[in-house]
Design a protein around this ligand. Structure first.
Ligand SMILES: Cc1ncc(COP(=O)(O)O)c(C=O)c1O
Length: 392
């Protein structure tokens, strides 16, 4: 398969081989058109749109999303992204001095920042569980259990981790937390569409997600899921009117739906993204992306000095994988805003967008595959890596 039969459904720059859907997932042409028609509707009659229609439209979108992630619309608030959802969850959990918030060593940097600030504000402290290497479900649960103390109030954990592209056993972690009376906040932007997400069965307190990754909704679309026992105390760090615009009865989402004037078109396009992926079928998407990522992983692991990062086998990945790279002579751990020279070489000399970064002193390459990718993309990546000075 040299080109993807699905690539025509996107309008990607033909000069770029895009292997970083996990960071920023472009939406298909029909989802973009849907977002644009919502924006056009708003521009034609802003009073009618904001004051009469928007709440009902957001509610209908939440209903579509609720079906997709197996929950009820009453438990969902639509927000721009997982970062905003995480900020709301953090603000809504009361912490006392000396309380502990448990994160793992695989958490996303910005999420760690959110909880660092929350701990600074409250006098609570962050504790980091070191997960086993390579990962295995029982080992993950055991390390988290070992890091709990009488002061642990919250566990914050990724469903699918960012640097190591690994799926964590969040259901078991939630069970463990519940037995100990500890709250759970799941960071789940990669899980939406990549996994069969059943939010009401997970047993968590809060779930934070973005729809602009694997679901392919427009950029600026995500959600916060909150268990009903938390709805009355939810606090949004952005304070606005906090009431209904259209005069319907109050609900907890009012504190989140209106964060001052802004275009909700990206949120409203979530329904169209769901229709798009369900039209192709989720199983087809997952099988297609999985086959490609396994091919990439196998070929990468055959390169001298490249090894698996955390995930032990192909069965542990769906559409995103990370492999460990050798540390070349010129290598220094890159950081946000200062990419690895190999990432820049792939981008500038080969038109390939993939993520090369550092995690705990290890250098890694993270690849994502979606319906628009093909074996041709992987082969071009492999050939670029074979000739690279930055791997030697
Ligand atoms: C695990 C994880 N959490 C949170 C985020 C933040 O997502 P967003 O930028 O959509 O808010 C990301 C983004 O890549 C992520 O990978």
């Amino acid at each position: 398969m040299m080109t993807s039969p699905y690539a025509v459904l996107w309008d990607l720059d033909p000069r770029t081989i895009y292997l970083n859907h996990g960071s920023f997932g472009p939406s298909p042409i029909e989802v973009r058109a849907d977002r644009e028609q919502w924006s056009a509707k708003l521009e034609r009659q802003p009073m009618k749109f904001f004051c009469q229609q928007m709440e009902e439209l957001l509610h209908r979108t939440a209903e579509d999303l609720a079906k997709f992630v197996h929950t009820k619309a009453a438990r969902l608030a639509l927000v721009d992204n997982a970062t905003i959802a995480m900020n709301i969850a953090a603000e809504s959990i009361a912490l006392q001095p000396d309380d502990e918030v448990l994160l793992t060593d695989h958490e996303y940097g910005a999420v760690r920042n959110v909880w660092n600030r929350r701990c600074q504000q409250t006098g609570a402290k962050i504790v980091t569980a070191q997960l086993p290497f390579p990962l295995n479900d029982q080992g993950v649960v055991d390390e988290i259990a070992a890091a709990l103390t009488d002061r642990t109030r919250v566990i914050v954990v990724s469903h699918v981790t960012s640097p190591t592209a690994s799926i964590l056993p969040v259901e078991r972690i939630c069970q463990l937390a519940k037995q100990r009376g500890i709250l759970t906040v799941i960071d789940g932007p990669h899980a939406v569409a990549m996994l069969d997400l059943r939010l009401d069965d997970l047993g968590c307190d809060f779930y934070c997600a973005s729809c602009h990754k694997w679901l392919c909704a427009s950029f600026g679309s995500g959600f916060l899921w909150a268990h009903p026992r938390h709805h009355h105390k939810l606090q949004c760090p952005i304070v606005s009117w906090g009431g209904s615009m259209s005069g319907r009865s109050a609900c907890w989402q009012d504190r989140i739906n209106w964060l001052g004037t802004r275009d909700p078109a990206a949120l409203l396009s979530i329904s169209s993204a769901i229709r798009f992926l369900e039209g192709i079928t989720l199983s087809r998407f997952r099988e297609y992306a999985h086959e490609l990522i396994c091919y990439a992983r196998r070929e990468l692991l055959a390169i001298d000095g490249v090894g698996p990062l955390c995930t032990a086998s192909e069965d542990d990945v769906v559409s995103m994988c990370a492999v460990e790279l050798p540390q070349s002579a010129d290598w220094q751990p890159g950081y946000h805003g200062c990419p690895d020279p190999l990432q820049l070489e792939l981008r500038d000399d080969h038109g390939i967008e993939a993520m090369v970064a550092a995690w705990k002193g290890r250098r890694f390459l993270r690849l994502s595959t979606h319906l628009y990718n093909s074996t041709d993309d992987i082969e071009k990546l492999l050939s670029a890596l074979q000739g690279s000075q930055h791997l030697k």
